[in-house]
Design a protein around this ligand. Structure first.
Ligand code: SF4
Length: 311
C-alpha cells in the first residue's frame, strides 16, 4: 500500500500517509519501541522502492475519492521503515507539489549524514526528526542503529541539516521508562533539541505494543519532568500521549478544557485554578476527573501539576 488515510494528527491536522517503503520494514534503526516490530532489513543503503510516478498516480487516485471535508492538510511520508532510504524521496516530494498540499516527512534522521538526503529533505514543507538520545550508549540502547553509524556524525548531520532547512522543523523524543527519563538524560536531550531550534518539540510515549517487551511507558512524574526540563531550556514543547487534545484553552466547557489541555501540557495548579474561575466552576470538577482516573496530579519542584492519565 502506498497511501492511507487521511488520519487525524494533532501535529498535521488531516494527514494523508504515504508509505514509500515496501513490506517488510526496512530501516537503519531497530528501536526497542518500534511498533512495526523487529528490523529484519537493516541498511543505510538507499534504493528504489516505488517510482515517483507510481506514488503520484496513487495519491491522485486516492485524492479523487475524498470529499472536501476529508481533503488532507498534509501529504506525509510516514513509512514502514525509514522514508529517506527511498532513493526517489526527493523526486517524489517535488512531484507531489503539483497537488498544492504541503508535504511532510517523519524521519529518524540517521541518513542526514548524506548530503543528498539533506538536499532532498529541504524540499519538504514540514520535517520531524527523532531525537531520543544525546549520547552514544543511550542511542545504541534505544534506537539500536547499525554499527557503522556513528553518534557524533549523526548529531553533526542533524545540526547541519537544521541550520540549512527553512521549512517547519519539529523534533520527536520517545520517552521510555528507565532508558532515557532520568533528569541527567533529559537535560542532555533538551540541550541537543534546543540547538536545532525546532518550531515544536514533541515528547511521546509508546502507546502500541513495542518491538521489545521490557519497554515500558514512563510514569506521569517522568513525563511531567521531561516537559518541565524542556521548558526550562526554552523549548516550545508538546506531549504526544495518544490523547487528541486540542489545546484550545478556555472554551467554556470546563471538563473538555481540562482534558484537552492536560493531554498536551501539564497544567500547573495556579493555571488550573484560573481556568476553573473563568468557568465559574469549583475544584469538585477536578476531584471527579481524578476519581474517574482521567487525570492525575503529580509533584515537580514542590508544585502540583495535572496530567492526562494514560495508565
Ligand atoms: S526508526 Fe522508526 S521504523 Fe525504524 S526502527 Fe525506529 S521506530 Fe521503527
Amino acid at each position: 500500500m502506498i497511501c492511507f488515510g487521511p488520519v487525524s494528527s494533532r501535529r498535521l491536522g488531516k494527514s494523508l500517509g504515504i508509505n514509500n517503503i515496501t513490506s517488510p520494514k526496512v530501516c537503519s534503526y531497530n528501536c526497542v519501541y518500534c511498533q512495526v516490530g523487529k528490523t529484519v532489513n537493516s541498511t543505510i543503503v538507499r534504493r528504489q522502492f516505488f517510482k515517483p510516478s507510481e506514488i503520484l498516480n496513487e495519491i491522485k487516485k486516492h485524492l479523487s475519492k475524498l470529499d472536501d471535508s476529508n481533503y488532507p492538510d498534509y501529504l506525509t511520508f510516514v513509512s514502514n521503515g525509514e522514508p529517506t532510504l527511498d532513493i526517489n524521496l526527493g523526486k517524489s516530494i517535488e512531484t507531489l507539489k503539483v497537488f498544492g498540499i504541503p508535504v511532510a516527512v517523519i524521519t529518524n534522521a540517521s541518513l542526514l549524514i548524506y548530503e543528498q538526503v539533506r538536499k532532498e529533505l529541504r524540499h519538504a514543507d514540514w520535517v520531524s526528526i527523532k531525537i531520543d538520545a544525546a549520547d552514544n550508549s543511550t542511542w545504541r540502547l534505544i534506537n539500536r542503529p547499525l554499527d557503522n553509524l556513528k553518534f557524533r556524525e549523526h548529531i553533526e548531520a542533524i545540526n547541519l541539516f537544521t541550520s540549512e532547512y527553512t521549512g517547519v522543523l519539529c523534533t520527536e523524543t520517545m520517552l521510555i521508562d528507565k532508558l532515557n527519563d532520568s533528569s541527567y538524560c533529559l537535560k542532555k536531550i533538551a540541550a541537543v533539541v534546543k540547538r536545532v531550534q525546532p518550531f515544536k518539540a514533541y515528547i511521546s510515549i509508546s502507546i502500541r505494543p513495542p518491538a521489545v517487551s521490557y519497554v515500558k511507558s514512563p510514569s506521569l512524574e517522568s513525563l511531567n519532568k521531561a516537559y518541565q526540563i524542556f521548558n526550562e531550556f526554552g523549548i516550545d514543547t508538546e506531549l504526544l500521549t495518544g490523547f487528541e487534545g486540542t489545546d484550545t484553552g478556555y472554551t467554556g466547557n470546563i471538563i473538555n478544557d481540562i482534558l484537552n489541555i492536560t493531554a498536551v501540557h501539564p497544567l500547573r495548579e495556579d493555571s488550573l485554578i484560573e481556568l476553573l474561575n473563568k468557568d465559574k466552576a469549583d475544584y469538585s470538577v477536578v476531584e471527579s476527573l481524578i476519581k474517574q482516573k482521567l487525570i492525575k496530579v503529580v509533584l515537580y519542584q514542590n508544585k502540583k501539576y495535572y496530567l492526562r492519565n494514560n495508565s
